[in-house]
Ligand binder design. Structure first.
Ligand code: HEC
Length: 180
């Protein structure tokens, strides 16, 4: 037996097993495909499962908090046009949250929003129109109190909102020491 023949004999079982593995893989893929097609209607997620429903806190952090901060910054910079713009958007965002979540703890959420924010919104609008910084600061503090009064009323007093300041643009007070 020549060296080449000996090598050929040794190679054959390896080639044969490689073909077997490949064939098994093709069959497995084919089987999986057939199965998924057959089971198609069952594996399609229901519209409820795919629909993302933002919670009140999702909307607070995405649509309310940044505008509350931007409103403050606009007024500090004396940019009254931008302040008016942010005030309008903040007002609109509260309206949309109320429509998205009509009730909270069995109480009308839009009514709850209106009862605490209506007055500060009016004061802010007039302060911005007359470019009156001290009036703005007072109305802004009233709006911030409105944020906190609702959080407290709904047992979420841990979310403490404040006016931002020059060293921190954030309106969230996470420093519990300063509460006492
Ligand atoms: C009428 C009620 C109401 C008013 C007014 C209100 N909030 Fe909220 N806020 C809530 C509720 C309810 C939650 C959600 C608490 C929860 O379920 O986790 C919340 C949560 C938050 C959170 C926490 C979100 C998170 O996931 O970390 C922030 C920040 C917040 N509010 C900011 C504000 C600011 C700023 C204002 C005022 C400009 C404001 N809220 C006014 C009811 C209110």
């Amino acid at each position: 037996m020549s060296g080449a023949e000996a090598a050929g004999i040794r190679c054959r079982p390896i080639i044969a097993s490689a073909i077997t593995i490949a064939a098994t893989a093709i069959l497995a893929v084919g089987f999986a495909t057939t199965r998924s097609v057959a089971a198609g209607p069952e594996v399609v997620p229901s519209p409820q499962a795919t629909e993302y429903l933002p919670s009140i806190s999702d909307l607070m952090i995405a649509t309310i908090q940044p505008r509350h901060e931007l409103l403050w910054r606009a007024a500090q910079d004396g940019n009254w046009d931008f302040a008016a713009y942010e005030l309008g958007n903040l007002h609109g965002a509260f309206g949309r949250i109320g429509r998205a979540h009509p009730t909270e703890h069995d109480i009308s959420f839009p009514n709850m929003i209106a009862s605490v924010t209506e007055q500060p919104f009016k004061e802010l609008e007039s302060a911005i129109r007359s470019k009156d910084s001290p009036a703005f600061d007072k109305a802004y503090a009233d709006l911030t109190d409105a944020c906190n009064s609702c959080h407290q009323a709904l047992n979420h007093g841990v979310i403490e909102i404040r006016a931002p300041n020059r060293t921190s643009a954030s309106d969230l007070n996470t420093n519990s020491a300063s509460r006492n």
